[in-house]
Design a protein around this ligand. Structure first.
Ligand code: MLC
Ligand code: AMP
Length: 512
């Protein structure tokens, strides 16, 4: 009987490596060079390490490490061996990590040696059998053990609907949920983007995003790998150094904050971008001012696209002029294979230009939330569309504009911050009666959180002290940039806090 083709995403990425395996695949900002052969061999060695652990199918490999090529190789190795990659933001602190590890029950946890003293006990308590360290200077127990493994490995046979990764996201409500993405979700999206964005021979990608979220881990990385393209790798986004490397690159991807910071660099000139083919922005709304200024400065029109952890990429402005112009303030058209509709709260399709809830379906849409069948059910319509929690409209030419969110979410520098989570922490503090966290405009991060706190009768609270206490508990990007202590919050007739009024009151706090 004919064996069915292997739908393992790694197999597809590997098949796209160039014939010359000694060509440079990755050049890092610290001066290291990795050939395609290096990627092939090192991912095989780590995959063999994982295989030797005798893990069960579907085992999760949770990873909280600094960005490095070795961390990327661990991702590739996890796919290759057929396990499930679970990336965690390096900013997460112990309470956050405890939740993710407790919920996902990973078989393997990989952390930095600096954090091992507190991550390892959390992992052990959750039943994790194997804890490794991996640092961003090519050291750690993971590499020590992998160095003794074979550099030959046949990718595990996987079906398109087998799970490849879990990304934690708060979705529309409540505690973080693990979005289960399959090999098929990721590969179908990567293939569509390869074609839609015109990836071509000779492309070189500047990779300056973190690799624990969709944008850096999937969109940017898969884009380059599936095209056999060289990557100029930045462990951390540094606008000056990115500008210096622009002449060697053709493709750049960033959240809007990266574009704002690049525009502040005098070195960003038409000459610097002379070889560039494509600038992609997404993960948060790109201000029209940034879009316009970029075009004026560089002669390039940023291509804005829209996606989510649960769906990878959903829409994109056109790449080819014959498909239409790239329109600032819009996220373009639904990608090929994606069905996107806008409906009102009663489920009626909105008319052209009418604002409603964005719902989507397609091969890119995730398999559900990890161990939360009820939640998963709630987030899908009866006819199988995923409710994004984003609110938008479609114009007469089919361009989609996101006008807001029905989910109470702040997007700060491309990271999601859930007010309910921050409010929960503030409300537990001594002397606090109640709090509200709202997003306000910020010139660098696009939007940042501001906390408004009511004290209990007789309690004396200090906003700065509240911020300081939050810093000891939560990832830094979630910390409200300001905290006000006030006697009361504005409420409607039902007693519900009117966050819109708070947003209006504080919208000028960080005016540029
Ligand atoms: C850092 N800080 C932030 C922040 N990042 N504050 C608010 N929002 C953020 N995003 C704060 C820190 O708390 C710290 O404050 C100070 O800035 C310096 O920290 P840093 O780590 O040195 O910051 P920096 O390196 O400048 O980081 C900024 C950044 C980073 C923009 C480079 O946030 C980033 O890489 N963002 C990209 C996120 C991303 O990849 N999103 C994609 C999600 S996928 P203090 O007070 O402690 O000093 C997705 C789907 C899709 O959304 O469609 O793509
Ligand atoms: P995440 O859960 O981190 O994947 O974030 C997904 C959310 O980011 C989406 O639901 C949108 O609210 C937002 N988002 C992504 N891209 C864009 C964009 N181009 N414009 C506006 N919002 C965006």
């Amino acid at each position: 009987m004919k064996k069915s083709a292997n739908a393992n995403l790694f197999a597809a990425l590997r098949a796209a490596f160039p014939a010359d395996l000694d060509a440079i695949a990755v050049e890092t900002d610290s001066g290291l060079f990795y050939s395609w052969r290096d990627l092939e061999r090192a991912s095989a060695m780590i995959a063999n390490l994982l295989d030797a652990l005798g893990l069960e199918k579907g085992a999760r490999i949770a990873v909280q490490v600094e960005k490095s090529v070795e961390a990327m190789l661990l991702y590739l190795a996890t796919l290759r061996a057929g396990y499930v990659f679970l990336p965690l933001n390096t900013a997460y602190q112990s309470a956050e990590i405890e939740y993710f590890i407790g919920n996902a029950e990973p078989a393997v946890v990989v952390c930095t040696s600096r954090n091992a003293s507190w991550v390892a006990p959390i992992a052990t308590a959750a039943g994790t059998k194997h804890v490794f360290t991996l640092d961003d200077d090519r050291t750690g127990s993971l590499l020590d053990v992998a160095a003794r493994c074979s550099d030959q490995h046949v990718p595990a046979q996987r079906k398109a609907d087998d799970m490849a990764a879990i990304l934690y996201t708060s979705g529309t409500t409540g505690r973080s949920k693990g979005a289960m993405l399959t090999h098929g979700n990721l590969l179908s999206n990567a293939e569509v983007l390869k074609d839609y964005w015109g990836w071509t021979e000779g492309d070189v990608l500047i990779h300056a995003l973190p690799i624990f979220h969709v944008h850096g881990l999937f969109v940017a990385l898969h884009g380059a790998l599936l095209n056999g393209s060289k990557i100029l790798w930045f462990a951390k986004f540094d606008p000056k150094r990115v500008v210096q490397k622009l002449p060697e690159a053709t493709v750049f991807m960033g959240v809007p904050t990266l574009y704002v910071r690049l525009l502040a660099e005098p070195g960003l000139t038409r000459e610097a971008v002379r070889n560039m083919r494509l600038f992609v922005a997404g993960s948060a709304p790109l201000l029209i001012e940034t879009f316009d200024e970029w075009r004026e400065r560089t002669g390039h029109t940023i291509l804005e696209r829209y996606g989510m952890s649960e769906t990878v990429m959903l829409t994109s402005n056109p790449y080819r002029p014959e498909q239409g112009e790239r329109r600032g303030g819009t996220v373009g058209f639904a990608l090929p294979g994606v069905q996107l509709r806008v409906r009102d709260d009663s489920g009626r399709d909105c008319t052209t230009g009418e604002i409603g809830n964005i719902e989507v379906s397609g091969p890119n849409v995730f398999a559900g939330y990890w161990r939360m069948p009820e939640k998963t059910k709630e987030e899908f319509t009866a006819d199988g569309f995923f409710k994004t929690g984003d609110v938008g409209k479609i114009d007469g030419r089919g361009y989609i504009t996101i006008v807001g969110r029905s989910k109470d979410l702040i997007i700060s520098g491309g990271y999601n911050v859930y007010p309910a989570e921050i409010e929960g922490y503030i409300n537990e503090m001594a002397g606090v009666a109640e709090s509200a966290v709202v997003g306000v405009p910020h010139p660098d991060f696009g939007e940042v959180g501001v906390a408004i706190v009511i004290p209990k009768a007789g309690a004396a609270l200090d906003g700065d002290a509240i911020v300081a206490e939050l810093k000891s508990k939560l990832a830094n990007f979630k910390i409200p940039k300001r905290c006000f202590v006030v006697p009361e919050l504005p409420r409607n007739a039902m007693g519900k806090v009117q966050k819109a009024l708070l947003r209006t009151e504080h919208k000028g706090l960080f005016a540029a």
